[in-house]
Design a protein around this ligand. Structure first.
Ligand SMILES: Cc1cc2nc3c(=O)[nH]c(=O)nc-3n(C[C@H](O)[C@H](O)[C@H](O)COP(=O)(O)OP(=O)(O)OC[C@H]3O[C@@H](n4cnc5c(N)ncnc54)[C@H](O)[C@@H]3O)c2cc1C
Length: 373
């Protein structure tokens, strides 16, 4: 057995701080387990996340809105932070258990029913404030480690070790159980070539999606909105799936200088630009916008989600998968046969709850056994 006296040993190390990882870590911590959550990103949320941009300054905006183009300079009169919800921001709740949790989360100020103006689908929910607020609030009492990418796992003497990119042995996370919550093709990269489920995980299909927040001057916003609406209703030039106006969402403070529209390229166009880089997609969208009325664009930013939505999750008797002794996977790439139709966020939630139910008694039994031996 390894010398445990100088090791920070966790009952469970959760890799990934998206919905699945955050719900799971919250549940396990509530039951007294020693848990840590590790994510390669700078904060929590995963695909339910918001992004902050390099600040624009009042001077930048004033001097650049007369020209179509991006503003990247800094150091002007006054910093104005820009942020936008980049991934999922509304989600469905079809199961009674998720609906019940959402009602509790609503009472705790984490989510609201999505009844804002541009979408009346009442079964949908959205997070309060920015998207990542939900996971941040779930992780308040959890030991979190951000900007740490896990690149390798090993198992010896009954313990798992997760190694970080550029980190050495001393920086490895050591835990009795490890849970991987990223999309299955990314999980496959952490498994040995000989693992029996590696190929299955690698081939779980995901839709790729390009998302572009576009910041325009307040004066241009009504014209831009009308232009986007007319593009959506035109049948010929089919590239835009939908868009959201950030300020239309409740609890989003109006920005003093710019309005933000988040544009989602449709599936066909996202696939056609599968190998493009961000600058090419920004130019593509700017060309489309230039064809209409003059719009003062302060900033445009393209982000590609390689794994946006899972089309065909791996199904099992529960919403998670056991990959090895005390090594598990959950997230939107896994579903229980009993829950056939749910969307990504709900699937990630249900899998995390199933796995928490499995891990809590396991951990408590293991402690009982240790106490008896
Ligand atoms: C544009 C867009 C629109 C969407 N629309 C909807 C919708 O309308 N309804 C709906 O239900 N769902 C929607 N989804 C899908 C939904 O966002 C996801 O299903 C859900 O957020 C998945 O959560 P998760 O915890 O399973 O995975 P993720 O959110 O992907 O979390 C995994 C985490 O693991 C981290 N990670 C990955 N690799 C490593 C590593 N090696 N080391 C450390 N950390 C790592 C990532 O940074 C990430 O934070 C949408 C997604 C996108 C992108």
């Amino acid at each position: 057995m390894a010398n445990l006296s100088n090791i920070n040993l966790y009952d469970v190390a959760v890799i990934g701080a998206g919905v699945a990882g955050s719900v799971l870590a919250h549940e396990l911590t509530k039951h007294g387990l020693k848990v840590c959550v590790v994510d390669k990103a700078r904060g929590s949320g995963g695909r339910l996340a918001s992004k902050r941009f390099k600040s624009l300054t009042a001077k930048d905006v004033a001097s650049n809105t007369s020209e179509l183009g991006t503003v990247e300079r800094n150091g002007g009169v006054r910093n104005i932070s820009l942020a936008a919800d980049m991934g999922c921001y509304v989600f469905a709740a079809n199961t009674e258990s998720f609906q019940k949790t959402l009602v509790d989360w609503m009472a705790q100020g984490r989510v609201l029913p999505n009844n804002f103006e541009s979408d009346k689908r009442m079964s949908n929910w959205r997070t309060c404030r920015r998207s990542s607020w939900l996971t941040r609030s779930l992780l308040q009492k959890v030991d979190t480690k951000f900007s740490m990418k896990i690149v390798q796992l090993s198992h010896a003497s009954g313990l798992w070790r997760a190694y970080t990119e550029g980190g050495d042995e001393a920086e490895a996370i050591v835990a009795k159980n490890i849970v991987l919550t990223m999309p299955p093709p990314q999980i496959a990269l952490l498994l040995p070539d000989t693992h029996p489920d590696r190929l299955k995980l690698m081939h779980v299909p995901y839709q790729c999606q390009w998302v572009l927040p576009v910041f325009v001057s307040h004066e241009s916003a009504p014209t831009f909105k009308a232009q986007l609406d007319s593009m959506l209703s035109a049948h010929g030039d089919n590239w835009l799936s939908h868009y959201w106006e950030e300020s239309s969402k409740p609890q989003r403070a109006e920005h003093p200088i710019v309005s933000c529209f988040v544009l989602y390229l449709n599936e066909w166009c996202s696939r056609a630009h599968g190998n493009s880089d961000a600058a090419q997609v920004e130019d593509f969208v700017l060309d489309k916008i230039k064809q209409g009325n003059r719009i003062d664009i302060c900033k445009i930013y393209a982000h590609r989600w390689l794994y946006a939505q899972c089309c065909q999750p791996i199904r099992g008797s529960a919403g998670y998968m056991q990959l090895d002794d005390n090594l598990y996977a959950c997230g939107d790439g896994f579903a229980s046969i009993a829950d056939p139709t749910y969307e990504g966020v709900e699937r990630a939630y249900l899998g995390a709850i199933d796995l928490a139910a499995r891990l809590v008694p396991n951990a408590l039994n293991a402690d009982d056994q240790l106490a008896c031996s």
